[in-house]
Write a protein that binds this ligand. Structure first.
Ligand SMILES: *Cc1c(COP(=O)(O)O)cnc(C)c1O
Length: 396
C-alpha cells in the first residue's frame, strides 16, 4: 500500500490552466481545519482501526505520507502524467530509474549531461550493472546506431544539457528509442514543465531534481519521477522508493509544494533575465562564445523555438584566456554568487572544469550561470565589471 490519494476538493472537475494547477493540484483546503496551506505531516506512523484496517489509507510514512503524496500528485498533474514518485534527491531518482527499467540491457545517455550521473556510474555498482553508452543526441543517426547495435533498455535524455547547453529533439529521440523497444526518460530539471512537457511528445517518464527550479529557493533537496498511465516503470519505481527507502522528506515536499505555486511566474522572470544576460555577454569582446539557445546564432535556437515555450535560464560562456581568466572573472563578481547548483532566486556562477575535476570535458574558460531573480540589469552590470572596466559594449 502506498497511501491513499488525497481527496481533492470540487476544483478537480474544473478545467485549469497551468498557473492555476501549480497552485491547486495535488492538494486542497484541509477538510479538518480549513487550512489553505497544505499541512506538513511529520508523523511516521498512522493509527489502525479497531478491525485492523487503515481508515486514513496511511500506514507508515516510508510507504506513503500525506504531504509527500500531495507533492507527487501535484507533479504528476503538472507534467501531464498519472503518478509521481518522490525521492530524497535528484540522484536518488536517477538511480531508481536505472534500477527500475525492465530489461537489464544497454543504457544510452548523452555525452554532455549532469556530471553526477557520470560519478554514479564510475563510483558505484550501478556502473557495472549496465552497459552505458554515451552519445551526442544532436546526431540522430549516431543515436540510432547506439540503440540498435546492442539490445538497449533505456535512453536517458537531458535538454538543455549541462554544461554545454545543447538542445536535443525529444520527440525524435523518443521515436528512435521506441523503434528499438527501449524506454526514453527525460531529465526535465532545467526546463521544468513550464517550458516543455516531454510526456506529451513521447517520453516514457520525466525526472526532476526538485532541488532546483521546483523548490526554487536553494533550500530543499528532493527528486521526483513522473510516469504516465500503465507505465512499466511505475510499480518498479514505487518498490525502489518504498523498499530501498530513499524517500523525500515531508518538509522538503512541503517546501516543494510551496515552490510549485510560483513556478510559472518565476520561470518567466528567470528566462527573461537570462536572455538579457546572454545578449550582454555575447557583445562583450572578452567573451569568446555564449552558449544559450535564446541567441539566434545558437545551434539549438530553431529546435528550442519549436520545443520550448521559453529558452531557459541556464547559460554558459567561454572567457578569452582559459581557466585562469575565467576563475579571475568569477572571483571579481560582487552580486552573482560563486556556488554550484541552480534554479534558485540567487544568480549562481560556476567554473565547471575545476568543479568536475580531471575527467571534466568542460572547456577551461567556461563559466556556467544560473540566472536568478535579481534585477537583470544588476546581474549584467556585475558581469560587465568582472569582465573588465574597459568593455562597456552591450550594456543597455
Ligand atoms: C542537480 C541535478 C541533478 C541531481 O539532483 P540532486 O537533487 O542534486 O541529487 C540531476 N540532473 C540535473 C539536470 C541537475 O541539475
Amino acid at each position: 500500500m502506498t497511501g491513499a490519494k488525497l481527496q481533492l476538493p470540487v476544483r478537480k472537475e474544473i478545467t485549469m490552466r497551468f498557473e492555476t494547477k501549480a497552485i491547486h493540484c495535488g492538494r486542497g483546503v484541509d477538510a479538518s481545519t480549513g487550512a489553505v496551506s497544505m499541512p506538513l505531516h511529520t508523523s511516521t506512523t498512522f493509527e489502525r482501526g479497531a478491525n485492523g484496517s487503515f481508515p486514513s489509507g496511511f500506514e507508515y510514512t516510508r510507504d506513503g505520507n500525506p504531504t509527500r503524496n500531495a507533492f507527487e500528485a501535484a507533479m504528476a498533474t503538472l507534467e501531464g502524467g498519472e503518478d509521481g514518485i518522490a525521492f530524497a534527491s535528484g540522484m536518488a531518482a536517477i538511480a531508481a530509474v536505472f534500477e527500475s527499467h525492465p530489461s537489464a540491457g544497454r543504457i544510452v545517455l548523452p555525452d554532455d549531461m549532469y556530471f553526477g550521473i557520470r560519478s554514479l556510474i564510475e563510483e558505484t555498482d550501478i556502473g557495472s550493472r549496465f552497459d552505458f553508452a554515451p552519445v551526442d543526441m544532436r546526431d540522430l543517426d549516431a543515436l540510432r546506431a547506439a540503440v540498435t547495435s546492442k539490445r538497449t533498455g533505456l535512453v536517458w535524455v537531458e535538454t538543455p544539457s549541462n554544461p554545454m547547453i545543447r538542445v536535443v529533439d525529444i520527440a525524435a529521440i523518443c521515436a528512435i528509442a521506441h523503434e528499438a523497444d527501449a524506454l526514453a526518460v527525460v531529465d526535465n530539471t532545467w526546463a521544468t514543465p513550464v517550458l516543455q512537457l516531454p510526456l506529451e511528445i513521447g517520453a516514457d517518464a520525466v525526472m526532476h531534481s526538485a532541488t532546483k527550479y521546483i523548490g526554487g529557493h536553494s533550500d530543499l533537496m528532493a527528486g521526483v519521477v513522473i510516469v504516465p498511465n500503465a507505465s512499466p516503470l511505475g510499480r518498479p519505481l514505487r518498490m525502489v522508493q518504498k523498499h530501498k527507502g530513499s524517500v523525500a522528506a515531508p518538509f522538503d515536499c512541503w517546501l516543494a509544494l510551496r515552490g510549485l505555486q510560483t513556478l510559472p511566474v518565476r520561470m518567466r522572470a528567470h528566462c527573461e533575465g537570462a536572455q538579457k544576460v546572454a545578449e550582454a555577454l555575447a557583445s562583450h569582446p572578452r567573451v569568446e562564445k555564449v552558449l544559450f539557445p535564446g541567441l539566434q546564432t545558437d545551434p539549438g535556437h530553431d529546435l528550442a523555438t519549436r520545443q520550448m515555450s521559453h529558452f531557459g535560464a541556464m547559460l554558459s560562456f567561454i572567457v578569452e584566456g582559459g581557466a585562469d581568466a575565467a576563475m579571475a572573472v568569477a572571483g571579481r563578481l560582487k552580486i552573482v554568487v560563486r556556488a554550484t547548483s541552480l534554479g534558485g532566486t540567487h544568480s549562481l556562477i560556476e567554473h565547471r572544469a575545476s568543479v568536475e575535476g580531471a575527467k571534466s570535458k568542460a572547456p577551461g574558460g567556461l563559466l556556467r550561470i544560473s540566472v536568478g531573480l535579481e534585477h537583470p540589469q544588476d546581474i549584467v552590470d556585475d558581469l560587465m565589471q568582472a569582465l573588465g572596466e574597459t568593455c562597456k559594449a552591450g550594456v543597455q
